[in-house]
Design a protein around this ligand. Structure first.
Ligand code: IPM
Ligand code: MN
Length: 357
């Protein structure tokens, strides 16, 4: 039995999650596995009504699930940071989801802004460290609101945190069995402490444990250039949290936009959380125009991860079938953008379900 906590969240989150759950129901009956979902209404609306973002009891409850399926967070009437930090980042940290896995894959028939590039050129995975770096929250003010104000925002890299992320990325490069190459994206020429640690750990672990995987290195600025110029260079990328945040938005754009980009916040030994990375898109809420494919891909990633973690072949097969069904659906859509797909949100979900059969 697969136990999933569903957090539709804000804006279009609940609409896209509904389509993902439709696909889950179809694949579960076809593959013959059972699952249970429970809905949670955390997000901007609930915060505005009750002042509560995420009670401690919910965090404890979530640990009892195999996975969390998240729609989107972000509400126009809530100050920036409250829900993002109080819900999304808090869950990543407290559930120790130390990997943020973001595949960058151009599906058939999807437009990329990159001239003369196709699906064979854009297909790589970004492994973003998800609990450290500039995100851990250290820093503060001195002489706040005076002309002599000082603000610090600290970056950390721990040997333990970096090593576990690197090993996950090396294993992924091995499993992909493509170019068998892992690229470290960092800034060793400027961040000569934190990224020196990354660099040393990368080479030591690579040499001792993954001699079959080629090691490659890019400074983050150069990586942004290569994403646009030669995305076919990449196979698997590993990078600290902040750079991972930035380059994966660029990655989402070259794979056809936020409507198709999915990600997983993964604790390989605990409860992971999967989400479309596009945000809550308030202006499209309730109009049946938002693209549910990113959420459906996130559901596929959820199944793939649960399959690996629980050793359930039916989940893994289900994930592969969802991937193929999405690839059969993208050529039928006029665009990946909200309102321009040529179909409504629910119809796109139906198309994926039909393609599963
Ligand atoms: C993401 C988002 C979050 C992040 C925000 C909403 C806190 O941009 O998932 O990439 O910065 O990680
Ligand atoms: Mn981001």
């Amino acid at each position: 039995m697969l136990k999933i906590a569903v957090l539709g969240g804000d804006g279009t989150g609940p609409e896209v999650v509904r389509e993902g759950l439709k696909v889950l129901s179809a694949i579960a009956s076809s593959e013959g596995f059972t699952y249970e979902t429970n809905d949670y209404d955390f997000g901007g609306d609930r915060y505005l009504k009750t002042g509560e973002v995420l009670p401690d009891s919910a965090v404890t409850e979530f640990r009892g699930y195999d996975a969390i399926y998240l729609g989107a967070v972000g509400h126009p009437d809530v100050a920036p940071g409250i829900i993002e930090k109080g819900l999304l980042l808090r869950l990543r940290f407290e559930l120790d989801q130390y990997i943020n896995l973001r595949p960058v894959k151009l599906y058939p028939g999807v437009d990329t802004p990159l001239k003369d590039k196709g699906p064979e050129d854009i297909s790589f995975d970004v492994v973003r460290e998800n609990t450290e770096d500039l995100y851990f929250g250290g820093g503060g003010f001195l002489r706040k609101n005076t002309p002599h104000e000082v603000a610090t925002q600290e970056m950390i890299a721990t040997r333990f945190g970096v090593e576990r992320c690197l090993r996950y990325a090396f294993e992924l490069a091995r499993r992909r069995n493509d170019q068998k190459m892992l690229t470290l994206v960092a800034k060793t020429n400027v961040l000569t402490f934190a990224h020196d640690l990354w660099w040393r750990a990368f080479n030591e672990i690579g040499e001792a444990e993954y001699p079959d995987i080629k090691r490659d290195y890019n400074h983050v600025d150069a990586c942004c250039m290569w994403f646009v110029k030669n995305p076919e260079f990449y196979d698997t990328i590993v990078t600290p949290n902040m750079f991972g945040d930035i380059i994966t938005d660029l990655g989402a754009m070259i794979q056809g936009g936020m409507g198709i980009a999915a990600g997983g916040n993964i604790n390989p030994e605990g409860t992971s959380m999967f989400e479309p990375i596009g945000g809550s898109a308030p202006k499209y809420t309730g109009k049946n125009v938002i693209n549910p494919l990113a959420a459906i891909c996130a559901l596929g990633m959820l199944l793939d991860n649960a399959g690996a973690q629980k050793g359930e072949a039916a989940y893994t097969r289900g994930a592969q079938r969802i991937e193929r069904a999405v690839m059969a659906t993208t050529p039928k859509l006029k665009s990946m953008s909200a309102g321009k797909m040529g179909y409504g949100t629910t119809k796109v979900g139906d198309l994926v379900c039909e393609a599963l059969a």
